[in-house]
Ligand binder design. Structure first.
Ligand code: FAD
Ligand code: SF4
Length: 461
């Protein structure tokens, strides 16, 4: 008998007042009883639209059914066969626009909390020492993967499972891509990323750190070393700025730099050697997940934090849960506000930002109403730090100059089903191929590229 409770079973969280002062995980995860209560909300309905809504094709009602029955090892097996990084996607995948967005329980009430159940199963497996690291016997073929973000890790894991010898080349000293350097500890503990990476290593994936492809080795040199195919999963790490006066002042950061200092280099810890400004009043410009992450980090570093966003609350692109958490933690939202210049003091440090008020006009190409400046609305906000969270584009360093490789107008690798449109032995996916997107889309792209690589290499035999 299904549980017809209309709302999701709530997940315990740290108190907002307490967590605004620490970097420990906000959401605490389900107990077995809570996970089973939620699992029983699934109707195992006829068309199961949730499966089609999952880019990595998890057999959602079957694994949820195993949780309801209490067969957690069986649930983990099903989940991890389809998804190489379940503890990660259970925490940060935007389920509301994927599987949960199409769940039939969402028609009248809230959808089944698929992400929370996924997280519970992955954490339960780790606590019980289970890891799905079985692979086929080695097939004698070598593949190189550039970048260790969710696209690269998923592609590597899928290929290792099929018996390929896989090397992942990562520019940073730690694997994980945005999972490690971008998404903060309080949303995704780094020990969990390290655990998933270690599972891939147990499958035989070789991870080479501090290897900047395009500088240390080029793609043609990888082929010379015997790799038969290369997957480019180098992400979209180039930050954008507003091109307004004052962006060169001390105290102006891109969100990427600010988050990398805090997450990868642990600048939030008193013993860290990485310098960071402990701003008293911080303006974060932008309204996406990256802006929420930067704002919530600055809050935890002790600042009064303002999100400065040129449209209204209805257009905020961040996940609803992140906006809700940011508000609970005391972040102040200045909607319909846009910076036009940043001013410094005599030492070159930020001391204020000049903004204009906006109103919403006709819809633009994105379908959202275009923000229009209200004449004469200029005003100054006194701040000592400005963080630009306006989006990123791909850094072409790894593939620039590769003979025959086509790029899109936006500088992404031109790729189709994971295969590059121009070079049969080069594949690409995730943010490097589509621009900044989501963890689960990057994982889906890594998985489909692995299948394309397998087809390509098998076709040569
Ligand atoms: P990345 O994760 O960017 O990984 C690329 C890797 O390639 C990096 O490790 C990089 O160092 C490496 N690399 C780059 N160039 C080279 C080179 N020349 N040689 C070797 N290695 C190289 N998505 C969600 O679904 N949910 C969220 O909550 C969410 N929050 C986010 C928060 C932040 C702060 C950011 C920045 C993004 C967030 N996203 C979120 C988006 C999501 O993280 C990305 O879409 C996803 O990580 C893309 O995966 P990827 O593997 O393509 O690239
Ligand atoms: Fe269960 Fe919702 Fe999927 Fe139907 S759509 S099978 S109710 S999770």
């Amino acid at each position: 008998m299904a549980n017809m409770q209309m709302n999701k079973t709530p997940m315990p969280e740290q108190d907002p007042q307490v967590r605004a002062g620490n970097f420990q995980e906000v959401a605490l995860g389900y107990t077995l009883e809570q996970a089973q209560n939620e699992a029983k909300r699934c109707l195992n309905c006829k068309h199961k639209p949730c499966i089609g809504g999952c880019p990595v094709g998890i057999p959602i009602p079957v694994f949820i059914g195993k949780v309801a029955e209490g067969d957690l090892a069986g649930a983990y097996q099903l989940l991890s066969d389809a998804n190489a990084l379940p503890a990660i996607s259970g925490r940060v995948c935007p389920q509301e626009t994927q599987c949960e967005g199409v769940c039939v329980r969402g028609i009248k009430g809230e959808p089944v909390a698929i992400g929370r159940i996924e997280r519970f199963v992955a954490d339960w497996a780790a606590e019980h020492g289970l890891a799905n690291v079985a692979t086929a016997p080695k097939n004698g073929h070598k593949v190189a993967v550039i970048g260790s973000g969710p696209a690269g890790l998923t592609c590597a894991g899928e290929l290792a499972r099929m018996g390929y010898e896989v090397s992942v080349f990562e520019a940073f000293h730690t694997a994980g891509g945005v999972l490690t350097y971008g998404i903060p500890e309080f949303r995704l503990p780094k020990a969990i990323v390290a655990r998933e990476v270690s599972n891939l290593e147990k499958m035989g994936v070789d991870i080479e750190l501090n290897m900047v492809i395009g500088k240390v080795l080029t793609i043609p040199e990888l082929f010379e070393r015997g790799y038969e195919a290369v997957f480019i999963g180098s992400g979209a790490g180039l930050p954008m700025f507003m091109k307004i006066p004052g962006e060169g002042l001390v105290g102006v950061y891109s969100a990427n730099e600010y988050l990398t200092r805090i997450n990868l280099m642990k600048a939030y810890r008193p013993d860290s050697e990485t310098p960071i400004l402990h701003g008293k009043k911080v303006a974060v410009v932008g309204g996406g997940n990256v802006a929420m992450d930067a704002a919530r980090c600055a809050r935890r570093m002790g600042a009064e934090v303002h999100i400065v966003y040129r449209r209204s609350e209805a257009e905020l692109p961040a996940r609803l849960e992140e906006i809700h958490h940011a508000k609970e933690e005391g972040i102040i939202f200045d909607f319909l506000t846009n910076p036009i210049s940043i001013e410094g003091d005599e030492t070159g440090h930020v001391q204020s930002v000049t903004c204009v008020r906006m109103e919403l006009g006709e819809p633009d190409d994105s379908g959202r109403r275009r923000p229009v400046v209200i004449p004469g609305s200029e005003f100054q906000m006194e701040v000592d730090t400005v963080i630009m969270a306006l989006g990123t584009s791909p850094n072409p360093m790894s593939y620039e100059g590769t003979p025959g490789l086509e790029k899109t107008r936006k500088g992404c690798v031109a790729a189709d089903e994971g295969g590059c449109t121009s070079c049969p032995n080069i594949f690409a996916g995730g943010d490097a191929a589509i621009g900044a997107a989501t963890v689960i889309l990057a994982m889906g792209a890594g998985k489909s590229a692995a299948k394309s690589i397998d087809r390509y290499i098998s076709s040569k035999e």
